[in-house]
Design a protein around this ligand. Structure first.
Ligand code: ZN
Length: 276
């Protein structure tokens, strides 16, 4: 896969090289040279839709700009197999980026276009998540740790995407967040807290206090306000734990109730960061 997506991109990439580099601190070398031609400005006709390997994309409906990033794992036996599927017109699935466990990031679909990674679901009241998001697939079968070079590449890529499209940290989500009833990726091994420490996602600011209130209605209301779509409390709890309390099980506790309340307060539709 190395180098494929740069073919023919030279002229379009030059004006964006500076800004792509600005978000690259700490990133591995694998992704950086692949980001040069992507950005919120209209791309020259010669490169829109052409040059990148996946044919599985369309226009963003309503002409919306991406305001979410959705993180996935591929759940396939190899990065090459995942790449083949994401580029297979028969499969009708794709993502904007695929990151190998060695830290190589490849652009498969132009960020200006609507890739087909999210499917049915919603976040923060937005349906048609494909039109509103950039999708990143991580080569991982789902049960193993995410390799350090892969995470470093993801961090660099995320910083760059968030800067270029003005996407705030609370709008970087997992597939299981926007489709809690049917998806589990990127799963309990994914380090959301590490991303949050770098300002690339968010994490609750609350002490693990088991003596507080346990309220399923309050938990659901907070989770919904944070962004989760409408589902019963047990489905939302499963998705919430995948992301914020990996390994936790059993009935809802005061910890999740407080964590969700904190996230809703800070990032909910009526919260201080809602307009960010
Ligand atoms: Zn997924």
């Amino acid at each position: 896969m190395r180098g494929l997506c740069l073919a023919g991109s030279g002229a379009a990439g030059v004006p964006r090289a500076g800004r792509a580099g600005a978000g690259s601190a700490g990133a591995g070398p694998g992704w950086r040279w692949l980001c040069l031609r992507l950005g919120p400005e209209p791309l020259p006709a010669a490169v829109t839709g052409g040059g990148l390997p996946s044919p599985n994309f369309g226009e963003r409906r309503g002409g919306v700009l991406p305001s979410l990033v959705v993180i996935h794992y591929t759940a396939m036996e190899s990065c090459a197999a995942a790449r083949a599927r994401l580029c297979d017109p028969q499969a009708e699935v794709s993502a904007h980026w695929l990151i190998s466990r060695h830290g190589e990031a490849e652009a498969l679909v132009d960020e200006a276009h609507r890739a087909w990674h999210a499917g049915a679901g919603a976040w923060a009241g937005l349906g048609d998540v494909n039109s509103h998001s950039i999708g990143i697939e991580l080569d991982n079968r789902g049960a193993e740790p995410f390799a350090a070079p892969q995470m470093r590449a993801l961090e660099g890529l995320l910083a760059d995407i968030m800067a270029r499209w003005s996407i705030p940290p609370h709008r970087v989500i997992g597939h299981s967040d926007m489709a809690p009833a049917r998806k589990s990726d990127p799963g309990p091994r994914f380090d959301w807290q590490g991303l949050a420490r770098q300002g690339l996602s968010v994490w609750p600011e609350t002490a693990p206090d088991l003596s507080g209130d346990v309220s399923a209605p309050d938990f659901v209301a907070s989770a919904r306000r944070f962004g989760y779509p409408d589902h019963p409390s047990e489905i939302l709890l499963r998705a919430f734990r995948l992301r914020f309390r990996p390994g936790a099980s059993g009935p809802l506790t005061a910890v999740e109730t407080a964590m969700a309340a904190n996230l809703a307060l800070r990032f909910g539709v009526d919260g201080p960061s809602a307009a960010a």
